[in-house]
Design a protein around this ligand. Structure first.
Ligand code: TYM
Length: 334
């Protein structure tokens, strides 16, 4: 059976981008057909300026949302990264496999470090080494597939390179994984700025739909989405990025019935398209918000899921990480 690993970092409230780009597929497909692990990758949230209490709160919220979205602990393993030491143990070996040039070439590093420096901030060393930790997340479990949005594809490519290099130098240790992108909505764009990704840690929030936004807030954000100067509804990412984004969101909410270009043919005005997108997103998120509220009333249940998930994840990761320690030349403990 294929093994799948994926994760989300608790740097902000989860967005429609996280849902359509990743979680939806985890729930509807991945957990049913493979041995799947889904992780709140909290250590990754420490790579940028952070507030400890907020990271703790967002980690719990993300885990609760995983369950609310429909991940089932009887079908998959849900856990928090920092509860399983194997991630950091392996990350160090992968830092010893990667080069600093490889890390500096990562688009996310370039963008985030440039933004940080432009505002007078300093760049944490862990922002540079982040992809080694992400590679460890994946390789520790021998994952074959990594379902992610488009922005993570480069990190998964690097993970593949590190796995191949480690295996060549020290003997077959790791499965070489591949990224699996959703067929539509692999990159949901900001509703106010369709040139940038809808990102959970952006300061300007009017173009971001959060999974826990109230229905009227969701509707307002979508009805105010920036479209384009024409009035024709066409699916053209270059010429009409705002409209294309709405069409992709609609196609993804409808679970793949109809491609964005086919849906475009059914609209003669932006207003009608926006109304249908708003209805579709509100309907998609309603059960998730309701289930989230129920789960918040039962924190012991969430704790138990995370405890059992970490135990299982540890048992899966430890033997492979131990093998990697031996393979790279470290003396076994006596
Ligand atoms: P993160 O937390 O930024 O995002 C979590 C997942 O959501 C996807 N995503 C999107 N998809 C479509 N449109 C968007 N606007 C959008 N925004 C986010 C991301 O592609 C991702 O799949 N480095 C990772 C977390 C991570 C990870 C891992 C993922 C750490 N270790 C191991 C997979 C496997 C990240 O920052 O994702």
């Amino acid at each position: 059976m294929a093994r799948i690993f994926s994760g989300i970092k608790p740097t902000g409230h989860l967005t429609l981008g996280n849902y359509l780009g990743a979680i939806q597929r985890w729930v509807e497909v991945d957990q049913h057909r493979a041995e799947a692990l889904f992780c709140v990758v909290d250590l990754h949230a420490l790579t940028v300026e952070h507030d400890p209490a907020r990271v703790r709160r967002l980690s719990r919220q993300a885990a609760t949302l995983f369950l609310a979205a429909g991940l089932r602990p009887d079908l998959c393993t849900l856990f928090v990264q920092s509860h399983v030491d194997e991630h950091t143990r392996l990350a160090y070996l992968l830092e010893c496999t990667a080069t600093d040039g490889e890390m500096r070439r990562m688009i996310q590093y370039k963008e985030k470090s440039a933004r940080e420096r432009a505002t007078g901030g300093s760049v944490r060393l862990s922002l540079l080494t982040y992809p080694a930790l992400m590679a460890a997340d994946i390789l520790a479990y021998g994952a074959d597939e990594v379902p992610v949005g488009d922005d993570q594809a480069q990190h998964v490519e690097l993970t593949r390179d590190l796995a191949v290099r480690f295996n060549q130098r020290y003997g077959a240790t790791f499965t070489v994984p591949r990224a699996v992108l959703p067929p539509v909505a692999a990159r949901v764009m900001d509703l106010q700025d369709p040139a940038s990704k809808m990102g959970k840690s952006h300061a300007e929030t009017s173009g971001i739909v959060y999974l826990l936004d109230e229905a009227d807030v969701v509707r307002k954000k979508i009805m105010r989405a920036v479209t384009d100067s024409g009035s024709e509804v066409r699916y053209d990412r270059e010429a009409q990025p705002g409209v294309a984004n709405l069409l992709e969101i609609l196609a993804a909410c409808r679970g793949g019935e109809g491609k964005p270009e086919e849906l475009a043919a059914g609209y003669s005005s932006y207003g009608a398209l926006k109304r249908d997108v708003a209805d579709a997103v509100v309907e998609l998120l309603r059960p998730l918000r309701e289930r989230h509220a129920e789960l918040c009333a039962d924190p012991e249940y969430v704790d138990e899921v995370l405890r059992a998930g970490a135990e299982r994840a540890r048992a899966l990761a430890r033997p492979r990480v131990d093998t990697a320690y031996r393979a790279i030349g470290l003396l076994p403990p006596v």
